[in-house]
Design a protein around this ligand. Structure first.
Ligand SMILES: C[S@@+](CC[C@H](N)C(=O)[O-])C[C@H]1O[C@@H](n2cnc3c(N)ncnc32)[C@H](O)[C@@H]1O
Length: 271
């Protein structure tokens, strides 16, 4: 069964503001894997579960056409309004029914998204739409992020871990795919040419305000806010205050560095 946790307009607007594009290291690995298997020029890339398009826009310089799809109309509306790239379009569609022809796609990506899909149906659809030699890239950041600031990184990270602990109560069962670094999804891919890399560390600088925004994009925080709005709002205010106190600053525009680990699954359809 597909899962629908990202439908609200408010959730989509948090996405637009606070999600960021995949780290350059991930992008390099994806494009070199593709380069080794298909000749340029590339015609079509599809980013499935594209949200508000941050994972889609990295594709546009490399392909003649790019399509971002998502089951949520609200996410697609935000993506289409925010990103006006001449070769890139967005459409609301389930991952299990991508609106493109058979054997037409050079690269299919799903960033922080594949674990939400009906995996069996989705992998059949991927096989339908990939060209022979075409590639898939499923990737996601993993839990247990670290927040670094001067000599206060240990305390900052401890607060972030507490956030993850509190929110874990609201976690959907499908998040176990992320916690196990996409092991089952990788094993289900029917191609022999495949690789799974996990524990790839990346670092991103952002203002503290964006860390607070990022937390609010998590599906588990949105579930918390839907079930207990006042408690969830107080919780997020308290967390911000605790970070500010540790940093001994008053401005949430102060920059911190967030360390993520990613999982990346790459595979290529036989020629
Ligand atoms: C965590 S978000 C990731 C969005 C974006 N790729 C990013 O990296 O910011 C997951 C997205 O998958 C979408 N989604 C969930 N189930 C889906 C399905 N069955 N078909 C298409 N999209 C789906 C959600 O609406 C949501 O926008």
């Amino acid at each position: 069964m597909a899962t629908r946790l990202f439908e609200g307009k408010e959730h989509a607007s948090y996405y637009q503001k606070y999600r960021f594009s995949p780290a350059p290291e991930i992008q390099d690995l994806i494009f070199s894997y593709l380069n080794e298997r298909l000749n340029k020029p590339y015609e079509l890339a599809v980013d499935v579960g594209c949200g508000t398009g941050q994972s889609t826009q990295i594709l546009s310089p490399h392909f003649k056409k790019v399509l971002g799809t998502d089951i949520s109309e609200a996410q697609i509306e935000e993506a289409a309004n925010a990103l006006k790239l001449p070769n890139t379009t967005f459409r609301a569609a389930p991952a299990e029914e991508v609106p493109v022809d058979d054997a037409s796609v050079d690269l299919l990506t799903a960033c922080a998204a594949v674990h939400w899909f009906d995996i069996v149906k989705f992998l059949k659809e991927v096989d339908r739409i990939l060209k022979p030699g075409g590639c898939l890239a499923f990737f996601s950041y993993l839990p247990h992020m670290e927040v670094h600031y001067k000599d206060r990184s240990e305390q900052m990270t401890k607060v972030f871990s507490e956030v993850e602990d509190v929110l874990s109560k609201y976690q959907h069962e499908k998040v176990h795919h992320v916690k196990t670094a996409y092991k089952e999804i990788f094993d289900s891919i029917p191609y022999t040419d495949k690789v799974r890399k996990h524990d790839m560390a990346t670092k991103t600088k952002m203002p503290l305000a964006d860390v607070i925004g990022l937390i609010q994009t998590f599906s588990m925080f949105q579930t918390y806010r839907r079930l207990e709005p006042e408690k969830a709002n107080d919780f997020i205010k308290t967390i911000e205050q605790r970070f500010l106190e540790i940093m001994e600053v008053s401005c949430n525009e102060t920059e911190v560095e967030v360390w993520f680990k990613y999982v990346l699954v790459l595979a290529s359809k036989p020629k």
